[in-house]
Design a binder for this molecule. Sequence first.
Ligand code: NAD
Length: 247
Amino acid sequence: MRLKDKVAIVTGSARGLGKGIAIKLAEEGAKVVIADMAGAEETAKEISDNGGTATAFQVNVAKQDEVQALVKYAIDTYGTLDIMVNNAGINRDGMLHKMPVENWDTVIAVDLTGTFYGTQEAIKYMRQKGYGRVINISSGSWLGNIGQANYAAAKAGVVGLTKTAARENARKGITCNAICPGFIETDMTLKLKEVNDGAAWNSMMQRIPMGYAGKPSDVGNMVAFLASDEAAYITSEVINVGGGMIV
Ligand code: NAD
């Protein structure tokens, strides 16, 4: 129970990696706001049914007023905000020379600008409080990946945003770190199983030194650590959770 009575928001937590993160934070004693465009109630109920404390909030992180309402909701509901996990993200993959500008704009709006809104709004409150943990979910793709110009640019932007937020707020009791998952089994990645009769999935497994995809709980464990008192002196870091895949 390293996070007993801490209050957390996890965006994009109705399913996938965000859900794994929310479950872990709740297991560690945090009260969690499940924030998503759809399906948040089911995840909040699942956590509550298992003895945790969670509530749902519908949000599109690409809309600033909705993110502001989300942070206000957490504070109004649980009295404070300690942990902000900006996890919501999408991809619209395709080669750069064929990429429609809409696919660029949409991914930047959700993955980068959405993370900016969440980080900014949480930090405004955390600076007054003199305490906070911001954990942004980037990706190993920030280093560049074929077919992901929009996603890689957004995720590299998340790294720059996080490192700047860390430096600006280091004397305010706030830590900001980014996690780069490698290849984690979620709806976003399971799509690959349908490409070329599973050949695309199998070739991805070859690229992972450990030889298998990670689980949402693998990322959840790192988020719980970064949110805990044990990680008080860790800020501005970019931490890979990728089975050795990210170099
Ligand atoms: P997913 O598609 O399984 O789940 C994403 C969740 O985010 C969904 O519940 C979806 O409804 C929500 N969401 C999407 N757009 C939103 C918006 N505008 N506002 C609010 N919620 C929104 O994806 P995932 O694999 O769980 O990915 C979660 C995060 O982890 C993303 O930021 C992704 O880029 C990152 N990531 C994933 C992997 C991986 O291997 N799965 C690897 C690296 C990084």
